[in-house]
Ligand binder design. Structure first.
Ligand code: AR6
Length: 178
């Protein structure tokens, strides 16, 4: 499903964040040390290869809400933008910190004149953020930024599970009514 807000297209798909061949920058749901891990971080580091972790050493640690950019190595993209989401129930205020991840990721993308970016559902796995709330914050934050974006023209949300994609679609439909 797609929706256009100003010059920005927002879409949701079911898929693997490490296999987005037509996208310039993919976002990693990172850990503070920017090392490989489970979920998204595992998929991204596995596909990118060990050079990714090597480059990232100099940028770590990052704090919740922050985003840093690296090269993408063996991933089919030009860049990886690593975001540290809040741990639900621990890093507060979690809604603000989650929103900040998306804003900072877009900032990093604009600094490099990136036109397309793919996000996973940051914090909605190991970090325990309830999916429905996480999807609302993600989509509302992107929509709020849409009018001020100069280079980014496509934001794709890549959801691993069908049910997660359906939750994102529901929130995207609500944006249409707003
Ligand atoms: N592509 C797209 N989405 C995925 C993929 C994939 N390949 N794999 C999992 N998901 P998580 P977090 C979904 O745990 O909550 C890591 O180990 C998953 O179903 O990757 O921000 C890091 O090292 C969920 O909906 O990220 C950190 O320590 C969403 O992506 C910590 O986990 C995010 O799940 C970060 O936790």
């Amino acid at each position: 499903m797609q929706k256009k807000i100003h010059a920005l297209t927002i879409e949701t798909i079911q898929g693997d964040i490490a296999a987005q061949e037509d996208i310039e920058a993919v976002v990693n749901a990172a850990n503070a040390q920017l090392k490989t891990g489970g979920g998204v971080a595992g998929a991204i580091h596995r596909t990118a290869g060990p050079e990714l972790e090597k480059e990232c050493r100099q940028y770590a640690p990052i704090r919740p809400g922050e985003a840093v950019l690296s090269k993408a190595y063996n991933l089919p993209n030009d860049y990886v933008i690593h975001c540290l989401g809040p741990v639900y129930g621990k890093d507060k205020p979690e809604d603000e910190l989650l929103s900040k991840c998306y804003r900072n990721a877009l900032k990093r993308a604009e600094e490099k004149n990136i036109t397309s970016i793919a996000f996973p559902a940051i914090s909605a796995g190991a970090f325990g953020y309830p999916l429905q709330e996480a999807s609302r914050i993600a989509l509302q934050t992107i929509a709020q930024q849409a009018s001020s974006l100069k280079s980014v023209r496509l934001v794709r949300f890549v959801l691993f599970k069908k049910s997660d994609q359906q939750a994102f679609e529901k929130e995207l439909q609500k944006l249409e009514k707003a």
